[in-house]
Design a protein around this ligand. Structure first.
Ligand SMILES: [Zn+2]
Ligand SMILES: [Zn+2]
Length: 248
């Protein structure tokens, strides 16, 4: 877990970002402000990244794309490893506009950049399968699910409650849900602790992880909110917390 915060700046919480090492590759899911420094703290550099998956184009989920692509543009040593950036509808337009705003300094130099737009889809990447599913949020948004070696982890990105996120997390070993608003003050297009609990119970996930929490989401209340709906293992995630899947 690179960043467990929201757009609201909080000391100790970077914005949305999850790092997954899978199939021998370095994958970044969301690139919110602060996540690049969190990656470095793990010993992973911008040069290591093979794939970036973006859930949607709110800045707290994607603004770090600018310093990431700028860093990849730099020589000495020049990047040669290809990079694929996958996002929902609008991915190519967002890239084009960002690159134009920064006078071409985000363009790939010496490496191949592939931009992919996905909705409800699945792709095989090496020994893994990555599933994307549209999420109801506001702008086009997707959640992602990674399946490798019989293990699975699903990440909602930002979403309202609905059948899609339950399907995404169906029997997942780890279901990572945004939990950006407290039950006392729900926000349209987002989840609360009790909604997260309902989704986890309906999905039958083996572990629920709460991330993307605003400062108003207090741990005790959030745990109680989840517990009204879901009795399984629950993680109130912190930045740089590692989640291990299985025994490997
Ligand atoms: Zn959002
Ligand atoms: Zn968000």
């Amino acid at each position: 877990m690179l960043g467990t915060g929201t757009a609201w700046p909080v000391r100790g919480q970077a914005c949305a970002g999850i790092y997954i090492y899978a199939a021998g590759q370095h994958w970044l899911f969301d690139a919110g402000p602060g996540t690049l420094q969190r990656l470095l703290a793990l010993g992973v550099t911008h040069g290591d990244l093979d794939r970036i998956f973006l859930t949607h184009f709110h800045p707290d989920h994607c603004a770090e794309l600018v310093p990431l692509l700028f860093a990849m543009h730099l020589p000495d040593p020049a990047r040669t490893k290809p990079l694929t950036v996958t996002g929902p509808q609008g991915m190519r337009r967002v890239y084009r506009r960002l690159n134009a705003a920064f006078s071409g300094w985000l363009a790939p130099r010496g490496y191949r950049l592939t931009l992919r737009e996905v909705g409800d889809a699945a792709q095989r990447l090496g020994t893994c399968r990555v599933v994307s599913r549209r999420m109801p949020h506001g702008p086009p948004a997707v959640g992602f699910r990674v399946e490798c070696g019989g293990r699975s982890v699903a990440y909602s990105g930002d979403t309202a409650e609905g059948p899609g996120v339950v399907e995404l997390g169906r029997n997942a070993d780890v279901l990572i849900l945004e939990c950006s608003a407290p039950d006392a003050h729900p926000v349209a297009g987002h989840l609360t602790p009790s909604a997260c609990g309902r989704i986890a119970a309906a999905a039958g996930c083996r572990r629920l992880v709460l991330t993307h929490r605003a400062p108003s989401v207090q741990e005790g209340l959030a745990r109680r909110g989840v517990r009204t709906q879901y009795a399984g293992p629950l993680v109130f995630a912190r930045d740089l917390q590692a989640l291990r899947l299985g025994s490997s």
